[in-house]
Design a protein around this ligand. Structure first.
Ligand SMILES: [Zn+2]
Length: 129
């Protein structure tokens, strides 16, 4: 199943935003801080790689909190979308035309959501107790 076809997408899209990456000349789909329960669900979600079909792809990924984290956080979200195998697993997938087409589809989905008058800030995290 693709992320766009899952019920999870409708809950995630309020937190999505587009970030332009000049070296790649394209937008990427980033996410603001997610409420904890949604975060856990998103990070556990798995889809099939849009290129090779491997079923273990996590489409919502958390950026590693290394020494560059704060610098990158100035321009990116703490989470981002990727519909292919991680580069370290299969480098060909993330650089494929299938990956580009998939990202274009995701960018359009975010734009469509925001164009629908739904660009208000995401809801605050619900209190558990
Ligand atoms: Zn793959």
């Amino acid at each position: 199943m693709h992320l766009l076809d899952s019920p999870l997408w409708l809950r995630l899209v309020p937190y999505a935003f587009l970030q332009y990456y000049k070296p790649e000349d394209r937008h990427r789909v980033e996410f603001h801080e997610l409420p904890e329960l949604l975060r856990q669900e998103a990070l556990a979600f798995r889809v099939d790689c849009v290129r090779c079909g491997w079923s273990g792809v996590c489409p919502i990924r958390e950026r590693p909190r290394d020494s560059d984290y704060d610098r990158r956080r100035a321009v990116t979200g703490p989470y981002y979308y990727a519909g292919t195998c991680p580069q370290v697993v299969k480098p060909g997938c993330s650089r494929s035309s299938a990956a580009s087409a998939d990202l274009d589809r995701m960018v359009e989905a975010v734009r469509g959501y925001q164009a629908g008058g739904n660009s208000t800030p995401p809801p605050t995290e619900p209190k558990l107790f």
